[in-house]
Design a protein around this ligand. Structure first.
Ligand SMILES: *Cc1c(COP(=O)(O)O)cnc(C)c1O
Length: 389
């Protein structure tokens, strides 16, 4: 049996055809497909504006800049995320800090956030930006977090890199009802893919315009925005310091076509999760919690391996599953444990619930084209590994 990865893309004939059409067209980048993809993202989520970008990392960076994050400011996020959710703060020269997770959902704990905000207010070091992460595809409690944002005057970036295709209170994740900005990733392991790619969604015209400007060097061709004299029809002006964070037409055509399939992608993930729930329920492991009233896009299926008479532990299970051709993974090494963050003074014990979770977690294979037979192999292997000791 060949290796079953923990995640992978699904590309069909229509995806290949649409990409090859773009390759034969006049534009490889910044042509008609970028706006078509952006419009489709707005229709799908209900957000008013969207900017497609070269990655979610680029989207997070531009999101922070669009909210005015700078070197005297503070950004908070969760330790249980990919490093990019925190790095965007460092790119802007801001101070980064973390809020520990909820031990049930593995998302940022709303209570821990409220407690930390009260302390930060007294010390006058409140965050300007909070990056929340919809871990594994399940939305954070955005309504409660928005209430805190109003009380303590900070902005919300929802890192929904895992979560496109999911719902929160019956509305699509990305609608920006409670977040100032939502970010998606289209890396091949995520729900839909453009190879590399990401997007920023918002209901603020101001944020949208700033993000579009920063996507391409801070250059404008709109005469109304020129600061100096217009030299003629060739003239453009760089009015801000931006980047090349553009996404290609090739990628956007693929993204557009992938988006058409997203609901069936998520539906299959639901089926697979239900099968895992059923077949793994008698094992000495903790299965991932899902709110019945919310729709998780189920990017990940993380289980917790409890210490078993001090014998079977996470590392052992991980190694044994790999030996059986199962490409398990760990999400996430808490960000504050990374050397770049340790150097800033974070200690291992700073966020104990993230650390406890990290020490036990393994992400099982979860993707649209995972077959029932492959999933059965994962289940049977787990039984073997957990009961052979
Ligand atoms: C994948 C991921 C990112 C980064 O996405 P890229 O598109 O690869 O830049 C950021 N945050 C989270 C939570 C992710 O899972």
């Amino acid at each position: 049996m060949s290796m079953i990865p923990y995640a992978r893309q699904y590309i069909d004939k229509e995806d290949r055809e649409i990409v090859s059409e773009v390759l034969n067209s006049d534009y490889l980048t910044t042509g008609p497909w970028v706006e078509r993809f952006e419009d489709a993202l707005c229709s799908y989520t209900g957000a008013q504006f969207s900017v497609a970008l070269s990655s979610a990392t680029a989207a997070l960076h531009i999101a922070c800049l669009s909210l005015g994050l700078g070197k005297d400011d503070v950004l908070w996020t969760t330790p249980n995320t990919f490093v990019a959710s925190a790095n965007c703060g460092l790119y802007c020269g801001a101070t980064v800090d973390f809020v520990d997770i909820d031990p049930v959902t593995y998302n940022m704990s709303t209570q821990a956030l409220a407690d930390k905000l009260a302390i930060a207010k007294a010390k006058r070091c409140l965050p300007k930006v909070l990056v929340v992460v919809d871990f594994a595809g399940q939305s954070c409690d955005l309504k409660a977090i928005k209430a805190l944002a109003i009380e303590y005057d900070f902005k919300i970036i929802e890192d929904a890199s895992h979560a496109i295709g999911g719902k929160y209170n019956s509305k699509p994740i990305g609608c920006c009802e409670f977040a100032d900005i939502t970010v998606f990733s289209f890396h091949p392991v995520k729900i839909i893919t453009t190879g590399e790619g990401g997007a920023l969604l918002t209901n603020s015209k101001e944020i949208y315009e700033k993000a579009k400007l920063l996507r391409t060097h801070g250059i404008t061709r709109d005469p109304d925005k020129f600061i100096l004299d217009n030299h003629g029809p060739w003239y453009y002006e760089q009015i801000d310091l931006g980047f090349n964070y553009r996404i290609t037409d090739i990628q956007c055509a693929l993204g557009y076509n992938q988006l058409k399939k997203i609901d069936s992608f998520v539906e299959r993930r639901q089926e697979l999760a239900s099968r895992y729930d059923l077949h793994l329920r008698d094992l000495p492991i903790v299965l991932p919690f899902r709110y019945e009233r919310q729709l998780s896009s189920l990017h990940l299926y993380p289980i917790l391996i409890e210490e078993h008479n001090g014998q079977v532990n996470r590392k052992q299970v991980f190694i044994e599953l790999k030996k059986r051709q199962i490409g398990v993974n760990v999400h996430y090494i808490p960000v504050h444990l990374q050397p770049v963050y340790r150097k800033m003074g974070f200690r291992e014990s700073d966020f104990p619930l993230s650390l406890q979770y990290y020490n036990k977690t393994i992400s099982l294979p979860m993707y649209y084209s995972l077959t029932n037979e492959q999933q059965d192999h994962v289940v049977n292997s787990l039984y073997e590994v957990l009961f052979s000791k």
